[in-house]
Design a protein around this ligand. Sequence first.
Ligand code: TER
Length: 327
Amino acid sequence: MLSFLCAALMNPPTGNDQQQHAEWFEEQLEADLKWSFALNGVLHAATSEFQDIVLLDTKRFGKALVIDGKLQSAERDEFIYHECLVHPALLLHDNPKTIFIMGGGEGSTARESLKHKDVEKVIMCDIDRMVVDFCREHLTENQEAFRDDKLHIVFNDAKDELEKTEEKFDVIVGDLPDPIEGGPCNDLYTKPFYEQVIKPHLKDNGIFVTQAGLAGILSHKDIFTSIYNTIKHVFKYVIAYTAHVPSYADSCGWVLASDEPLKLDVEQLNSRIQERIRGDLLYLDGASIVSSTVVNKMICTSLLKETQVLTGENVRFVYGHGLTKNA
Ligand code: TER
């Protein structure tokens, strides 16, 4: 259990380094690449029915949620990831009132959704009660969101939960760990799922958005391009966008989709931010939303050339392994 954490703590980096006496967490990014965080401590470490979960207190990035050895988000820069995940979709929608979040157990995606004054109901459906309990206790930023009457928390697999309801939503958000061998949510990145489960649960002008893994020069072909291409086979209008997330040591990608045209207009986005959002956004405004959809030539070419459609038979994974045996 939690061997990646123990190994990292027992083998801290050595050398002429001010942090040499600190405990460290090492995230294995690739077979030949690690990214290390000096720690103030480990707040919680446990193995749930579904995954290894660790909540760290890191020196540089504050509290950090790690699932199956992979950093999910860190207190100091999670606003970048969560603003980018939530606000473009809600701002491009004419009047989003009902939001369904797949995953999102740490509460940050719910927190950003609830900043929209006209949102009436947010369902956060996470398979893992342990993630929600850890985060509800430790992430002070999200405590108000966890107490909000508009937030309904469900513990279930998002696919099962959507399949059993007839309710349709204005926006469905995928705030999931990346697909990983043996991980619990690989099916939630496939064409059959988008086509047979997501689409029927969106209202006519509904918008789907998902995090889509790393989108850097050396990482964008891991899963980003294939998630984009898969979604393009299901929805008429699809937008990929990226932002740099310092704690990931890379850029992150998101894909947003609808069967209604999506109007990327700086002025309209800015006036909707003014009218609809309670409080300030730290990272996004109209111009940065639009500019995040302009990717460099190399990534643009890869997105356009990608041919793989994820079906469940031919998934792509990030480096690492989850708990499910033989998966
Ligand atoms: N709300 C928590 C985030 C859930 N998923 C985030 C997936 C991030 N993928 C990229 C991680 C890179 C870490 N090396």
